[in-house]
Design a protein around this ligand. Structure first.
Ligand SMILES: [Zn+2]
Length: 115
Protein backbone atom coordinates (compact mmCIF):
# COMPACT_ATOMS: atom_id res chain seq x y z
CA UNK A 1 0.00 0.00 0.00
CA UNK A 2 1.38 3.36 -0.96
CA UNK A 3 0.92 6.17 1.49
CA UNK A 4 0.82 9.66 -0.01
CA UNK A 5 2.86 12.56 1.20
CA UNK A 6 1.43 14.78 3.88
CA UNK A 7 -0.01 18.04 2.60
CA UNK A 8 2.83 20.02 4.15
CA UNK A 9 5.44 18.07 2.17
CA UNK A 10 3.46 18.43 -1.05
CA UNK A 11 3.53 22.18 -0.39
CA UNK A 12 7.30 21.99 0.19
CA UNK A 13 7.76 20.06 -3.05
CA UNK A 14 5.76 22.67 -4.98
CA UNK A 15 7.89 25.46 -3.53
CA UNK A 16 11.09 23.63 -4.41
CA UNK A 17 9.89 22.92 -7.96
CA UNK A 18 9.02 26.56 -8.57
CA UNK A 19 12.46 27.62 -7.35
CA UNK A 20 14.19 25.04 -9.55
CA UNK A 21 12.09 26.10 -12.55
CA UNK A 22 13.06 29.74 -12.03
CA UNK A 23 16.72 28.74 -11.73
CA UNK A 24 16.53 26.49 -14.80
CA UNK A 25 15.60 29.49 -16.94
CA UNK A 26 18.69 31.41 -15.73
CA UNK A 27 21.08 30.18 -18.49
CA UNK A 28 18.59 31.21 -21.16
CA UNK A 29 18.19 34.64 -19.57
CA UNK A 30 21.95 35.00 -19.21
CA UNK A 31 22.46 34.10 -22.87
CA UNK A 32 19.80 36.59 -23.92
CA UNK A 33 21.38 39.27 -21.74
CA UNK A 34 24.80 38.88 -23.33
CA UNK A 35 23.27 39.58 -26.72
CA UNK A 36 22.07 42.95 -25.46
CA UNK A 37 18.74 44.56 -26.17
CA UNK A 38 17.62 44.61 -29.78
CA UNK A 39 18.01 47.86 -31.67
CA UNK A 40 14.29 48.40 -32.32
CA UNK A 41 12.61 50.17 -29.37
CA UNK A 42 9.63 47.82 -29.32
CA UNK A 43 11.88 44.77 -29.21
CA UNK A 44 14.07 46.37 -26.53
CA UNK A 45 11.00 47.00 -24.38
CA UNK A 46 9.93 43.40 -24.78
CA UNK A 47 13.47 42.27 -23.92
CA UNK A 48 13.48 44.35 -20.75
CA UNK A 49 9.98 43.20 -19.83
CA UNK A 50 11.04 39.55 -20.10
CA UNK A 51 14.15 40.16 -17.99
CA UNK A 52 12.15 41.99 -15.33
CA UNK A 53 9.54 39.24 -15.32
CA UNK A 54 12.15 36.55 -14.85
CA UNK A 55 13.98 38.47 -12.10
CA UNK A 56 10.73 39.11 -10.26
CA UNK A 57 9.64 35.48 -10.54
CA UNK A 58 13.05 34.30 -9.29
CA UNK A 59 12.88 36.56 -6.24
CA UNK A 60 9.29 35.47 -5.56
CA UNK A 61 10.27 31.78 -5.83
CA UNK A 62 13.24 32.26 -3.46
CA UNK A 63 11.09 34.09 -0.90
CA UNK A 64 8.29 31.50 -1.15
CA UNK A 65 10.78 28.66 -0.66
CA UNK A 66 12.52 30.42 2.24
CA UNK A 67 9.21 31.03 4.01
CA UNK A 68 8.50 27.30 4.30
CA UNK A 69 7.94 26.51 7.97
CA UNK A 70 8.71 23.32 9.84
CA UNK A 71 5.57 21.23 10.37
CA UNK A 72 6.77 20.34 13.87
CA UNK A 73 8.00 23.61 15.44
CA UNK A 74 6.59 26.16 12.92
CA UNK A 75 9.97 27.93 12.66
CA UNK A 76 11.59 28.57 9.25
CA UNK A 77 12.82 25.16 8.12
CA UNK A 78 15.98 26.20 6.24
CA UNK A 79 17.36 29.18 8.12
CA UNK A 80 18.10 30.64 11.50
CA UNK A 81 19.62 33.99 12.44
CA UNK A 82 23.11 32.64 11.80
CA UNK A 83 22.69 29.78 9.32
CA UNK A 84 20.87 29.37 6.03
CA UNK A 85 20.95 25.97 4.37
CA UNK A 86 18.36 25.41 1.65
CA UNK A 87 19.63 21.84 1.18
CA UNK A 88 19.21 20.83 4.81
CA UNK A 89 17.61 17.43 5.38
CA UNK A 90 16.26 18.47 8.77
CA UNK A 91 14.81 21.54 10.43
CA UNK A 92 17.60 23.84 11.59
CA UNK A 93 15.61 24.66 14.74
CA UNK A 94 14.32 21.34 16.07
CA UNK A 95 15.97 18.67 13.88
CA UNK A 96 12.67 17.39 12.44
CA UNK A 97 13.60 15.31 9.38
CA UNK A 98 12.39 16.23 5.92
CA UNK A 99 9.64 13.97 4.51
CA UNK A 100 8.78 12.59 7.97
CA UNK A 101 5.11 12.20 8.80
CA UNK A 102 4.29 15.33 10.80
CA UNK A 103 1.44 13.62 12.71
CA UNK A 104 3.12 10.34 13.71
CA UNK A 105 5.05 11.67 16.70
CA UNK A 106 2.13 13.63 18.06
CA UNK A 107 -0.02 10.51 18.35
CA UNK A 108 2.17 9.35 21.29
CA UNK A 109 2.78 12.69 22.96
CA UNK A 110 -0.04 13.91 25.16
CA UNK A 111 -0.96 17.52 24.73
CA UNK A 112 -2.39 19.97 27.23
CA UNK A 113 -5.86 19.23 25.87
CA UNK A 114 -5.50 15.49 26.62
CA UNK A 115 -5.01 15.97 30.37
ZN1 LIG B 1 11.42 22.43 13.35
Amino acid sequence: MRVGLAAVWRDYRNRRRSLLAALAVAPIVAAASTLGPPSAPAQASLHHLLLATWATSLVAAVVWFARFRCPHCAAPFHWTWLVANPLSRECLHCGFEKWRDPHAGRAYAPTVNDR
